[in-house]
Design a protein around this ligand. Structure first.
Ligand code: BMA
Length: 302
């Protein structure tokens, strides 16, 4: 099973006339709500600081883009930038997790909105700094907020889970899945990519895998609906890998990196950054993605 790239890729490129997004735009989050695809993306200008841009679409391919960033770094918390947003809607609120970058390292940032323009930040003192690739599940499970993330001090670098009742205090941290086979496409490190998508078989998780040559590919796994710390299947092959010119060449070559996916009319839309420089989309039919037999025969007992 492979994702099918949109032939009009990249769908967004840097915009030279807007200084804040004049160099690179990449690693987009998406949430589909009331007939619209809302895209939040990481953008950089010549100052090398990441800000979050916003674009909106009715068909998922042609986006109307705002000329100003909708989320900019705070001096004290994240002077070096807000990176890699992930967005979910829980009840009536949109929650954005992102990587807050400062001279102290990277930590998880969190902000909420109901219109994508006005944001409320949560000043969370996370127990551990140096943590990234954070994404919330799009609903509370067993009454709790559930977060996938990657604490940077844990070796090997894998996907971890934590729980919270109030978004401030987190507990129950444990590893969900680690890197794959040594020397393989996801053998060095992995991180959560898009927000988990609910299916009848479990939570579908599209993640990124990195090999020792630092090539970033996308893979897919299934987590238990009732207990999302439990890995059910792990598809052995990558579902997208750098092949096109816009994925092979750019600020960081040989990278495909997703921060968001959504299901619309029996199709999954996966948004991703190409070579840390442009924004692309790929799709796959729901049936094909969830083909239970193929998912099961490739069961990974990890
Ligand atoms: C990761 C993150 C991503 C980036 C990727 C490849 O560590 O910084 O934002 O896309 O590296 O450079």
């Amino acid at each position: 099973m492979k994702l099918k790239r949109y032939e009009g890729n990249p769908i967004l490129k840097p915009k030279p006339e807007n200084e804040w997004e004049s160099e690179t735009v990449f690693n987009p989050a998406v949430v589909y709500d009331k007939g619209l695809f809302h895209l939040l993306y990481r953008a950089m200008g010549r100052d090398g600081v990441s800000r979050i841009g916003y674009a909106v679409s009715v068909d998922g391919f042609k986006f109307f883009r705002f000329d100003k960033p909708i989320f900019t770094p705070k001096q004290i918390q994240e002077p070096r930038g807000c990176e890699d947003p992930r967005v979910v809607k829980i009840e009536d609120t949109f929650y954005m997790t992102y990587t807050a970058y400062s001279e102290r390292g990277v930590r998880i940032g969190l902000a909420t909105t109901d219109n994508f323009i006005q944001w409320k930040r949560y000043d969370i003192e996370w127990a551990e700094r140096n943590d990234k690739d954070a994404v919330l599940f799009p609903e509370k499970i067993d009454g709790k907020y559930v977060l996938l993330h990657r604490p940077m001090h844990k070796e090997p670098m894998g996907i971890w889970i934590s729980y919270s009742d109030n978004l401030a205090d987190w507990y129950g941290q444990q590893e969900v899945m680690g890197p794959g086979e040594e020397g393989g496409w996801d053998g060095w490190k992995i991180g959560a990519g898009a927000q988990p998508i609910k299916t009848e078989h479990g939570w579908l998780l599209i993640y990124h895998g990195v090999d020792t040559e630092e090539v970033y590919r996308l893979g897919v796994a299934m987590l238990s609906l009732e207990n999302p710390s439990k890995l059910l299947y792990r598809y052995p092959e990558p579902i997208l890998e750098p092949e096109m010119d816009y994925e092979l060449r750019g600020d960081v070559p040989r990278v495909v990196f997703t921060c968001g996916a959504c299901e619309v009319r029996d199709k999954y839309y996966i948004y991703y950054g190409g070579a840390d420089s442009v924004i692309c989309v790929a799709t796959v039919g729901k049936e094909e993605m969830l083909e239970p037999y193929r998912m099961r025969t490739s069961l990974y007992h990890g």
